[in-house]
Write a protein that binds this ligand. Structure first.
Ligand code: SF4
Length: 181
């Protein structure tokens, strides 16, 4: 099976979620958000088709990464491939964050089994289109205020959107760092 990617895996990112992360840039998106930061990733025939096995091998060889972030493009247009990769990321002990232009509710309403399977392998979903009129630099890990950081395991369990508690997680991390110092 192949996945269409916009670029090589990017390691050591600190702006695509908590901690040190590797970013998988998927190719293909039809949301057409005005002032999209990444228009080169829209074409569904663009980028490069890459064997999933090769991406898995790269994931297995990562070191010093807290998690993997799926971005693009919109990873939800390749849910089966992304689901397999996200499952692997969890097996390797890292967490999974995903950016999508769909809202959580839209994804659930689709009832697509590959999307639901992908969701079940996600820790944090940043959902919704980028809206220029709601652009804010205060939104950590998001471009505009309409986008939400969603705790997916809790949301699936409670059948409603549960926001990810960024402060709580950050405090925990600070605590851990203090203990090790
Ligand atoms: S969802 Fe992301 S990649 Fe797609 S148009 Fe919107 S900002 Fe661009």
């Amino acid at each position: 099976m192949k996945i269409r990617l916009a670029a090589d895996l990017q390691t050591d990112s600190i702006v695509d979620g908590l901690g040190i992360r590797t970013v998988i840039w998927t190719q293909g998106c039809s949301h057409n958000c005005p002032s999209c930061h990444n228009p080169g990733t829209h074409d569904f025939n663009g980028g490069e088709l890459v064997e999933l096995e090769d991406v898995i091998e790269e994931l297995e060889n990562l070191s010093g990464q807290d998690g993997v972030t799926f971005s693009g493009g919109d990873p939800m247009f390749q849910p089966k491939q992304c689901s397999i990769l996200a499952h692997k990321v969890h097996e390797l002990g890292m967490n999974v964050w995903v950016y999508t232009g769909f809202t959580y509710e839209e994804l659930i309403e689709k009832g697509n089994k590959d999307i639901l399977e992908f969701l079940s392998n996600i820790d944090v979903l940043i959902d919704g289109k980028f809206e220029l009129s709601k652009k804010s630099l205060d939104c950590e890990f998001r471009g505009s205020t309409n986008q939400r950081l969603i705790d997916i395991p809790k949301s699936l369990e409670n059948h409603r959107v549960v926001l990810f508690d960024l402060n709580k997680k950050m405090n925990k991390k600070e605590k851990k760092e203090t203990i090790f110092i």
